[in-house]
Write a protein that binds this ligand. Structure first.
Ligand code: KIV
Length: 262
């Protein structure tokens, strides 16, 4: 899968599927599936490192995880998040951060918001760095937004998101993530843009969907936002396997003869 094929899918009315991926073993597993891209999301700060928000992700963290995912999924389209503030301190540091992510194996980078980013996005694209936009709920701004809540219910905010989506397309973004916006707004934006719109908590009219892998695997039973569907009960199967391991070790059943060296 390359970016042209990714974008073609919108024209062909084929839904795009993306999942987050943060490390080698999972990347190897996901690479075998027909996903269109793997997102090394800055959500890794929360679900992988246990921080409270994505604000704790750093460029070094993103680079290390991108490299691990690339080693596990060398042929996949890998999109890496530019972490908090890494693209807001001026052109040179932003290009350095994006360049590092690309050198570690990203095919493209994703950054949040539009205002103040358009010139940078143009420069990145002109420099060979494909950029995915991210609007609606932008978790790096959750302090400004007053929490992780649906964006665009208010008509003024909805208009702003629509305008920003169009600005991002004009600046050269190859795709756009819309997070936690009303489905009608997502539908309008998806129809207006020629680039693929990927939804998370944005209804099913988008050109594709993205989910955070531990969420859709049911690994975090205490976290169940409305827009997440658990496609399996991961926490339960981990618990069952670990219980079984403990029981078998205690009963003297593991390791057996075949699992031991003579
Ligand atoms: O960091 C992330 O996982 C993301 C998705 C929620 C789109 O940006």
């Amino acid at each position: 899968m390359n970016l042209l094929q990714f974008c073609e899918k919108k024209k062909n009315n084929e839904k795009l599927t993306i999942l987050t991926c943060y490390e080698f073993t999972t990347a190897k597993l996901l690479a075998k599936e027909e996903l269109d891209a793997l997102l090394v999301g800055d959500s890794l700060a929360m679900v992988y490192h246990g921080f409270e928000s994505t604000l704790s992700a750093t460029v070094d963290m993103m680079a290390q995880h991108t490299a691990a995912v690339k080693r596990g999924a060398p042929d996949s389209l890998i999109i890496s998040d530019m972490p908090f503030l890494s693209y807001r301190k001026g052109l040179a540091p932003a290009m350095e951060a994006a360049g590092l992510l690309m050198q570690q194996g990203a095919t493209a980078v994703k950054l949040e918001g539009s205002r103040g980013n358009l010139e940078l996005i143009e420069h990145m694209v002109d420099s060979g760095i494909p950029v995915m936009g991210h609007l609606g709920l932008t978790p790096q701004s959750y302090n400004v937004l007053g929490g992780n809540r649906v964006q665009g219910r208010d008509p003024e905010v909805a208009k702003k998101i629509k305008d920003q989506a169009s600005d991002l397309e004009k600046a050269g973004c190859f795709s756009l993530v819309l997070e936690c916006v009303p489905q009608d707004l997502a539908k309008e934006i998806t129809a207006e843009l020629t680039i693929p719109v990927i939804g998370i908590g944005a209804g099913n009219s988008c050109d594709g969907q993205v989910l955070v892998l531990p969420d859709m695997l049911g690994m975090l039973p205490d976290f169940s936002p409305r827009f997440v569907r658990r496609f399996t009960q991961g926490a339960q199967w981990v618990s069952q396997a670990v219980k079984e391991y403990i029981n078998q070790v205690k009963a003297g059943d593991f390791p057996n003869e075949k699992e031991s060296f003579q």
